[in-house]
Design a protein around this ligand. Structure first.
Ligand code: PDD
Length: 278
């Protein structure tokens, strides 16, 4: 595989990052993941806009323009013949002797690579997944897509060990989001409920695209907090992310959602999202 590190396209085994990179020492950096279907990037403008916002929020200068980054993504897709999978981007504050404080003129480290992966034709997308319920133990700025992901890594591990695909995280009795996805329910009267964007959740790019479709479809959208009890009573549930697209949720903790198969509204949103993406 060819990867991109600070200005160079290199075979992955020749690419190097310093031991003193602050991404490695402090998780002092941010990332983005864009899906690729049929060789084309999905919702990529939204992902690049969020990358720009993330670096700004943690006081890292943009290492390249958005247009330059898009060109690197396209080049990596070409060089790696990527038809389906993701392009990963990471910006860290850069390399310096270890110190919590940092100089404002540091040169950020920029890394990009592709990951070939079936996204569309998976058992999860087709048949739905089970999600565990777990405490949200993350920090207070979850709107920044930081590489500081230990809480998510451990939540996911614990969920997977218990036979679940994803963990839905809970704070003050309400679901914030999945460990690596946005969480939605459809109520018994057919409303689509999703938590509003705030510092408590990552503003999902797939969320933005799916809510646009939902509104064009005439669905009633309620951007509000929802409890675990409401999720248990939901008629349908689903999750979204760049890598899971629109994935039905058929079980939440030990409770089956609806009749235990992907619901019709979820299916409609999934179908339209994929049609527009392809
Ligand atoms: N995760 N919430 C969290 C905590 C996430 O990590 C993600 C994405 C999302 C969905 O965002 P989007 O629709 O923009 O992908 C929500 C990516 C896929 C990852 O970490 O691999």
């Amino acid at each position: 595989r060819t990867v991109y590190v600070d200005g160079e396209y290199l075979p992955e085994n020749e690419a190097k990052i310093s031991v003193f990179d602050r991404g490695f020492l402090f998780a002092d950096g941010i990332y983005e993941v864009s899906a690729v279907l049929n060789g084309r990037l999905i919702d990529n403008d939204l992902h690049l806009a969020r990358l720009e916002r993330s670096v700004r929020e943690i006081l890292i200068p943009m290492p390249l323009t958005v247009a330059d980054i898009a060109e690197i993504q396209a080049e990596l897709i070409r060089r790696n013949d990527l038809l389906e999978g993701v392009v990963y981007l990471q910006v860290t504050r850069g390399t310096a002797d270890r110190d919590f404080g940092f100089a404002e003129d540091m040169k950020p480290t920029f890394v990009a690579f592709t990951q070939a992966k079936t996204l569309r034709d998976t058992a999860s997308v087709k048949n739905g997944v089970a999600v565990a319920i777990m405490d949200d133990t993350r920090w207070a700025r979850r709107d920044i897509k930081t590489v500081m992901l230990l809480a998510q890594v451990l939540a996911k591990k614990s969920a997977r060990s218990a036979g679940f695909h994803e963990a839905w995280l809970v704070e003050d009795g309400c679901i914030t989001e999945g460990a690596s996805s946005t969480a939605y329910i459809i109520t018994s009267d057919g409303a689509l409920v999703v938590r509003p964007n705030s510092h408590a959740v990552l503003p999902g790019c797939t969320r933005q695209a799916v809510l646009k479709i939902a509104s064009e479809q005439g669905l009633r959208i309620e951007e509000r907090l929802f409890t675990v009890a409401e999720a248990h009573e939901a008629r349908e549930a689903f999750l979204t992310s760049a890598s899971s697209l629109v994935t039905p949720v058929i079980k939440i903790a030990d409770r089956v959602v609806g009749d235990g198969t992907p619901g019709p509204i979820t299916r409609r949103l999934q179908t339209i999202y994929l049609e527009l993406a392809l």
